[in-house]
Design a protein around this ligand. Structure first.
Ligand SMILES: [Cu+2]
Length: 161
């Protein structure tokens, strides 16, 4: 009786302990903290996450798709002559072996063009990442107005005011 109660408690703790739920593993890849901002239907959404590659070979992200958007593009923002611009990454994005790439405000991001429905705070937005090795990773972007805490820190993301 006492043991059973202990196990039940342990099970609850195991479910609630990870502060950063929302990491997805596909083979050697870990997709960390996928998130997006609230947006209205017919607007464009922006998806962020971290993709880490624990494997011994580089993996290239070639495209992405979502049932919620007319089209998903991989973009990279950069400052050019004091103006923030973004470019489509038609050649894909390589995740180096043993390394990771951050999709974060001010850098790489997923552009969800032509949202078919609004993205409301707390909702989940499905997106599928397509890699050159044929692997597909289906993840859900959590809709929230600010970056998740777990993606800061080691990534050294700085805030612009
Ligand atoms: Cu963009």
């Amino acid at each position: 009786m006492h043991n059973a109660r202990f196990l039940a408690l342990a099970a609850v703790l195991a479910f609630t302990a990870p502060a950063f739920a929302g990491d997805y593993k596909v083979g050697a890849l870990t997709i960390g903290n996928p998130w997006t901002r609230p947006a209205m239907a017919s607007m464009n959404g922006v998806g962020f996450m971290t993709i880490a590659n624990a494997g011994t070979k580089p993996v290239k992200l070639v495209s992405a798709e979502s049932p919620l958007a007319g089209m998903v593009e991989i973009h990279r923002s950069a400052m050019a002559n004091g103006v923030m611009t973004m470019r489509r990454q038609d050649e894909g994005v390589t995740i180096p072996a043993g390394g990771s790439v951050a999709f974060a405000p001010g850098g790489y991001h997923f552009m969800l063009l032509g949202l078919k429905q609004p993205l409301a705070q707390g909702q989940k937005a499905p997106i599928t990442l397509v890699f050159d090795n044929g692997r597909r990773a289906a993840v859900e972007l959590t809709v929230q107005s600010a970056a998740p805490k777990a993606s800061q820190g080691s990534m050294g993301e700085h805030q612009h005011h």
